[in-house]
Design a protein around this ligand. Structure first.
Ligand SMILES: [Zn+2]
Length: 325
């Protein structure tokens, strides 16, 4: 089962989390296997790391809504998305155009011409009318415009910029497991706040000895270890000399798992958005309209009668006809 472990370091302003996506991650890949365009291994690894990272970030905030982690750019991978709900249900998708050269790193995949970026969106569940989701965007290059090769580095940058939190992320994924370790310095009370209204002295960053020591330990964790050792072994190996206090792991129905939030209603609304004319053209050509969910692969079919109901003015459906809900 997939699992999420939270822990703190007793008496130190440092917290941590370890996530292992197992069954849910394998289901994501299995669903894609049947698709017309399976993901190449390099893209699977990136998506796995993004799923692990987005799960850690969602579990790290108190927010009632989806956390959407996206990278988009100008390489063969136009878009890669990992979305995690407050209950840790996750789903991922990517748009690949053309061939991905074997062994491509993140820069070659997404940031071929330096215009790639990473967006983190917090989309509230119960939006007020006109309310926009919060979105933070960072480039896929470092302070000196050097292209970053790891999504973990991009996200560390994002956390520091947007939330002013020192963060260390170690991520790794293969076809069996997507895993991640997050270490974060806790904000000193009343000092750093999420609004970012209080400017933070750059010199403060890195002053805390405990945090630096723990990050140094976390940095020794290799991708191989993260992918081959269980959570207890990893935490013990890294932090056996530190006062780690662990919480009850989140797993099974309470932990991270694959789930897709697509529905016939949402697909119907998307078709309405495309407009009657475009839909009628597809109907004339194919006899029905079929839309596949890009996240889970589920197919939704609409025939001429369904389309007629979709575009019927509200309240005018014939009695007894099926309604969308
Ligand atoms: Zn779906």
């Amino acid at each position: 089962l997939s699992e999420l472990h939270k822990f703190i370091f007793d008496g130190m302003p440092v917290r941590g989390m370890l996530v292992r996506l197992t069954d849910g991650w394998r289901e994501v890949l299995a669903r894609r296997e049947g698709a017309d365009t399976p993901y190449p291994p390099e893209l699977r690894a990136l998506l796995g790391e993004m799923a692990a990272a987005a799960t850690l970030m969602q579990a790290n905030i108190k927010f009632n809504g989806a956390l959407v982690l996206q990278v988009m750019g100008d390489g063969p991978v136009k878009l890669a998305v990992a979305e995690v709900q407050p209950d840790l249900a996750f789903r991922v998708t990517a748009k690949l155009v053309g061939e991905l050269p074997a062994g491509s790193g993140m820069a070659a995949m997404i940031n071929a011409h330096g215009r790639g970026r990473c967006a983190i969106t917090l989309d509230p569940k119960d939006k007020l009318p006109g309310q926009q989701p919060y979105q933070g965007v960072v480039p896929l290059h470092g302070d000196h415009r050097e292209p970053l090769q790891k999504i973990s580095e991009v996200l560390e940058h994002y956390m520091l910029q947007s939330e002013q939190l020192d963060t260390k992320l170690v991520l790794a994924a293969n076809d069996q497991l997507a895993a991640g370790l997050l270490i974060q310095r806790l904000p000193v009370q009343g000092q750093a706040n999420l609004e970012g209204t209080q400017a933070r002295n750059e010199d403060e960053i890195g002053l805390n000895e405990d945090y630096n020591r723990i990050v140094h330990l976390a940095s020794t964790l290799t991708a191989d270890e993260l992918l081959s050792l269980d959570a207890n072994t990893i935490l013990h190996r890294l932090f056996w000399e530190e006062p780690v206090q662990r919480f009850e792991p989140l797993e099974g129905a309470h932990g991270p798992r694959f789930a897709c939030s697509c529905s016939r209603t949402r697909v119907g609304n998307m078709l309405i958005g495309l407009g009657r004319q475009e839909i009628d053209e597809v109907l004339a050509e194919r006899g029905d309209v079929e839309v596949g969910c890009e996240f889970c692969g589920k197919k939704y079919q609409f025939d001429a009668v369904d389309v007629g109901e979709l575009f019927a003015p509200v309240g005018s459906q014939a009695p007894g006809s099926s309604t969308l809900n």
